[in-house]
Design a protein. Structure first.
Ligand code: ZN
Lengths: 100, 1001
């Protein structure tokens, strides 16, 4: 079970959270101006990498806040977590958000 | 009662003052407090304890611990019974009852032994192939095979015990309470950090419990006692004995099972759980899990009386039992010489068969000086077994390459054989944590390689092939300090070191599958590498011949390592055999990953308290006590218990629903609508948000007015509906479906937090803060007027508006909205007044003939009016247009969630499924919901399906059955007659209509 650092509550068990898919997909400002393909891309197409993935999580059984997680899908190594209003943090492969 | 013929003089770890009587296979025996079932049986001279899984061969006790593959028993009887319990782990208690397994009619005379005679038709892959054959074949033989195979019986009665679950956090978790683990826990504990020390045995000490060595001149058992006492004085250390760490998951999350009161037996009434499941999040983990001795494989190596050499040591030194008088030790290494020395010390006869060409060094000298006979460079060519007893071994010399037995057979009479092929570090948990295993050529075993976790586990002691207690303690101390340091504590204490008198070991000979008189796989003898599932080296040869040569395939084909012991004593020997057969070194074969649990968990432990009434939460409305008294029959809606109908007298559901529906339209009815989702929305941007969430326009909604809305996802599909009311300038009260309350709340939060964080909107779930009584019917106004000062005339309180005031002297919000099509008031009061409100309304309603009604009637009443239920008449593929609800979709708004998807090719095409009404040819026939509608009837499926029935009822107010359906191009089918084929083979003809069956109010 992952140990995830909620930016507001700190480290909590994975069972308190729910995963909400790829992060940083902005809703188009003028959907009606988009082509069928562009709208389809926003609706349906998501990355599915083996490796570093930027994803949204929500602390559903805690503070109910949404935030972003940088997680390696192959190792479950979490590089960083950050609030939606924070810039995407830099990270190195070695870095981890885990407490000692 | 038999005498304990194999009991020794010394006390060992037993309480000799307390003898305990127990029953095995209906015979009474005696043992002592501290015995396991295995040690007590051996002390009583019982070697034969069960029959094997496949061939029903007689089997005995093979180990002294949780790695036991053989001695599985049925513990206790009736509701208390448990199958597959290891005799080596069961602590005996007064009155214990155990039975052998796989035996019919009895352990000594077993009918299933025919499996043994027919073993040629039960080769490896037998079950596998049986599954692959035509299914009919399996159906015929399954029950016989299952009966013959079996592995104990599950209890048929409910479990009378209770079980507990607990969560724990610690700085350092130490797994294993042997010499390394004890020192690690003490070292970490001295830094002040929070430590948990867990060990699967009844007391700490690990392998030292099986020893008789001196530590600093003190008998090692005294050393254990002094260290355990020291641990107990340290308040920051949680000591968990009888606790097996069974799972090691991501981020140092571990699961451990504590057997709390099992050792007292089921007949002792204790106010504590039988077992407790620990879920531990550790900042650092120290594994001091020790090692398990590896057997040598030879022909008929499964005979009772043959066991691991280390097990003999455990029975002598811990349990004061020498399981035989005349012993042979068969080994490829020095550690087993200790067993020979211990046997000699206790006055037993012993000789050693050593596969090494020239065993030399301190251990060999020590044995020789005691007059113990050593047969060097030798193998076992035969096993003599008769009348339930081991009789002799036949020894032969090994050829130069070690692949054949040569020379003359030598008969060694014996009743006990101890075998040792070296040791396998217990690294199962490391593997579970996704650490990589590496084969070590010096120690001839797998060791922990690269860890995968962020806070890598620290290993200490025999689990990393450190064989001597002195070094194990040093490593344990260092590991405890390191773990505490990593957890942020300062740990600089020195380790004083200990003095032990252990002798150095000479190298082992990595020869584990011993040649005998016949080539392996030929002749009558079997070479079992896997005792639990009866898998032989011959099976491995067969598997490779048939192409199952990868480790993963071999495992499944031969069932090696797939027993409840997970192959703790068999995996490496299987690899060795595979390596020999394929002529590849072991490291190139790979190894399978160990999976949790390390030892089996009971279902009770996994379930804990989450059973019976505590299995799932029940949400009840404030009016629930009234419903109970009124004989409500409940329906689960999400977690809510909602009255489905109120039974009068002996009324069944159909009669009750017909009565309730009629009465609501004739006089009036009261529905508990408290479960509706309610969200309080405040802030200056709320109106903007509502315009995005709903398809219709919200700009002109005045204070005190209500509006119905449909909520879509971005695909343009309906996912919820409800009425939202403007309470104040920037204050709204939103209602959702009962089942959709959480989803809608999350939906709103998602947009507010991730997409439009600058909006000033505060959303608060108030579902449980308001109790709601929905009063509906022609007499609704009269009933309500008796209890309120709110003017109810049409002009001051029109349809789709809300008034605040007092109802039954309770502050209330009254909404004039309707889901029945009748005049309706939804009366909202603070939840704590809900019951009083309900009672007052029922009281006031009595003279107006008001009845309480449930969800089933609500469904019928709304269907009569053609109102949809989201999730019943829609399924996530339905747009407002598909329902004929174009009127609720704003054409002026440039954007709302889902709007853009209306223009998608698939959403805008013609011929989509659309909501229509259906009237059956037989007006009394009620279509089953979910039934398929077809245009053209064929004699058998497939038929061209147009869609399915979504709602279907007998409507008392329409006077016939009514139904709704989603049909392809449904709007254009109105007036046509279609067919609904039914499960019983008949067909009902239906006419497509408008979904509104009752017009006018
Ligand atoms: Zn949080």
């Amino acid at each position: 079970m992952l140990l995830i650092k909620c930016p507001w509550c700190g480290y909590r068990d994975q069972s308190e959270f729910s995963a909400q898919g790829e992060a940083h997909i902005a809703r188009p400002v003028n959907p009606h101006e988009l082509s069928e393909e562009q709208w389809g891309d926003y609706l349906f197409f998501r990355k599915n990498p083996k490796g570093v993935h930027y994803e949204r999580w929500v602390h559903s059984h805690g503070c109910r806040r949404w935030f972003n997680v940088i997680r390696n899908t192959a190792t479950d190594h979490i590089h960083a977590t950050y609030r939606p209003d924070e810039p995407v943090p830099e990270f190195s492969d070695e870095e981890t958000d885990q407490p000692a | 009662m038999k005498k304990q013929i194999n009991r020794l003089e010394h006390d060992a770890r037993l309480n000799r003052r307390k003898s305990i009587r127990f029953w095995f296979d209906n015979r009474a025996y005696e043992g002592y407090e501290g015995d396991t079932l295995a040690s007590a049986l051996l002390a009583n001279g019982v070697h034969l304890v069960g029959r094997s899984f496949k061939y029903h061969r007689p089997r005995g006790i093979y180990t002294a611990g949780s790695e036991e593959p053989n001695a599985l028993v049925q513990l206790e009887e009736k509701a208390y019974t448990e199958p597959n319990r290891r005799a080596t782990e069961i602590e005996i208690y007064e009155g214990l009852i155990a039975h052998s397994q796989n035996c019919w009619p009895s352990c000594k005379l077993d009918i299933g032994i025919v499996n043994s005679w027919f073993s040629r038709i039960l080769p490896a892959g037998f079950y596998y192939k049986t599954f692959m054959w035509p299914a009919s074949f399996w159906m015929i033989y399954e029950k016989y095979i299952r009966k013959a195979a079996g592995l104990g019986r599950s209890p048929a009665e409910p479990d009378p015990h209770f079980y507990d679950k607990t969560y724990a956090h610690c700085d350092v978790l130490v797994i294993g309470g042997g010499p390394a683990g004890i020192q690690a826990a003490i070292a970490a504990g001295q830094t002040g950090c929070r430590v948990i020390l867990a060990d699967e045995k009844s007391e700490f000490g690990g392998m030292l419990l099986s020893e008789n060595m001196l530590i600093n001149g003190m008998p090692c058992h005294e050393w254990i006692e002094s260290k355990t006492a020291e641990l107990k004085t340290m308040s920051n250390i949680v000591l968990l004995n009888r606790t097996t760490v069974t799972g090691y998951y991501d981020y140092n999350f571990l699961v451990a099972n504590q057997r709390v009161s099992e050792h007292l037996g089921p007949r002792v009434s204790v106010n504590s759980p039988k077992e407790r499941l620990w879920k531990i999040r550790a900042r650092q983990v120290v594994m001091a899990t020790g090692a398990i001795e590896r057997p040598l494989v030879f022909g008929d190596n499964d005979r009772p009386g043959i066991m691991l050499a280390s097990a003999i040591r455990t029975y002598i030194n811990r349990y004061s039992t020498l399981p035989g008088k005349n012993c042979v030790i068969l080994t490829n290494n020095d550690s087993a010489y200790h067993a020979a020395l211990d046997i000699a010390d206790e006055g037993g006869q012993v000789s050693i068969i050593d596969v090494r060409t020239n065993p030399a060094g301190a251990m060999a000298d020590s044995a020789a000086s005691r007059g113990i006979r050593i047969l060097a460079n030798s193998t076992v060519a035969g096993v003599g077994y008769s009348r339930g007893r081991l009789r002799y071994l036949e020894a032969m010399e090994l050829s130069d390459d070690g692949l054949e037995a040569v020379g003359k057979k030598q008969k060694l009479p014996c009743d006990l054989v101890g075998i040792s092929g070296g040791w396998n570090p217990t690294i199962h948990l490391f593997s579970q944590s996704r650490g990589k295993l590496k084969f070590n050529e010096n120690h001839h075993c797998f060791l922990a390689g690269r860890p995968s976790q962020d806070n890598p586990v620290i290993l200490a002691g025999s689990c990393q092939a450190t064989w001597f207690s002195r070094e194990c303690m040093e490593e344990g101390h260092a590991a405890g300090c390191e773990a505490a340091k990593r957890a942020g504590f300062s740990a600089d204490q020195q380790f004083d070191g200990v003095k032990t008198g252990q002798l150095e070991y000479s190298p082992q000979r990595p020869l584990w599958i011993l040649p005998g008189g016949h080539p392996i796989g030929q002749g009558k003898t079997k070479h079992f590498h896997e005792l639990h599932n009866d898998a032989t080296i011959g099976d491995i040869h067969l598997a490779v011949r048939e192409g199952y040569e990868s480790v993963e395939h071999l495992k499944r084909y031969t069932t090696t390592g797939m027993g409840t012991d997970q192959g703790k004593t068999s995996n490496l020997n299987a690899l060795a055999a595979l390596s020999e057969t394929r002529n590849l070194p072991i490291p190139e074969l790979g190894v399978t990953t160990f999976r949790p649990p390390y030892t089996p968990l009971t279902m009770g432990s996994i379930v804990g308290h989450d059973c019976g009434d505590l299995f799932h939460q029940k949400r009840k409305t404030p009016m629930h006590p009234w419903h109970d008294q009124a004989h409500a029959v409940y329906e689960d809606v999400g977690d809510w218990k909602r009255p489905r109908y109120f039974s009068l007298g002996n009324e069944a559901m159909h009669a009750a629903v017909q009565r309730e529906c009629r009465q609501v339209r004739q006089t009036g009815g009261l529905l508990d609508a408290s479960t509706l989702g309610k969200i309080d929305l405040q802030g200056k941007d709320t109106r903007w948000l509502l315009n995005m969430l709903y398809t219709n326009a919200w700009d002109k909604l005045e204070i005190g007015r209500c509006r119905y809305g449909l909520m879509l996802n971005e695909h343009g599909m309906i996912f919820d509906d409800g009425v939202t009311t403007r309470i104040g300038e920037n204050h709204y009260h939103m209602t959702t479906t009962t089942g959709g309350a959480v989803r809608v709340m999350s939906w709103i939060e998602e947009w507010l937090q991730t997409e439009w964080p600058n909006l000033e909107v505060y959303a608060t779930s108030v579902t449980e803060q308001w109790a709601v009584a929905s009063l509906s019917g022609p007499n609704a106004a009269e009933v309500l007027q008796e209890l309120t000062d709110i003017p109810l005339d049409e002009e001051s309180f029109p349809f789709m508006s809300m008034r605040e005031g007092r109802v039954a002297d309770i502050p209330a919000r009254v909404f004039r909205i309707s889901f029945t099509g009748e005049l309706s008031y939804e009366i909202n009061v603070p939840a704590r007044h809900g019951l009083v409100l309900w009672e007052q309304l029922m009281e006031s309603g009595r003279k107006f003939d008001i009845c309480p009604y449930g969800t089933e009637s609500m469904h019928v009443l709304r269907a009569e009016k053609g109102f949809i239920i989201v999730g019943q008449d829609t399924d996530g593929t339905v747009t407002p247009m598909d329902l004929g609800m174009d009127w609720i979709v704003s054409r002026k708004k440039q954007d709302f969630l889902g709007k853009r998807s209306f223009d998608r090719t698939d959403t805008s095409r013609s011929g989509r499924k659309q909501l229509v009404g259906l009237l059956t040819e037989d007006p009394e026939f009620v279509l089953p919901e979910g039934a398929h509608v077809v245009s053209e009837l064929k004699s058998s499926p497939p038929m061209n399906m147009l869609g399915h029935v979504t709602s279907s009822y007998r409507s008392p107010n329409v006077g016939r059955s009514i139904a709704m359906a989603l049909l392809k191009d449904g709007f254009n089918l109105k007036g046509q007659t279609l067919n609904v084929p039914l499960m019983n083979g008949t067909t009902q003809r239906v006419t497509v209509t408008d979904p509104v069956f009752l017009t006018g109010q």
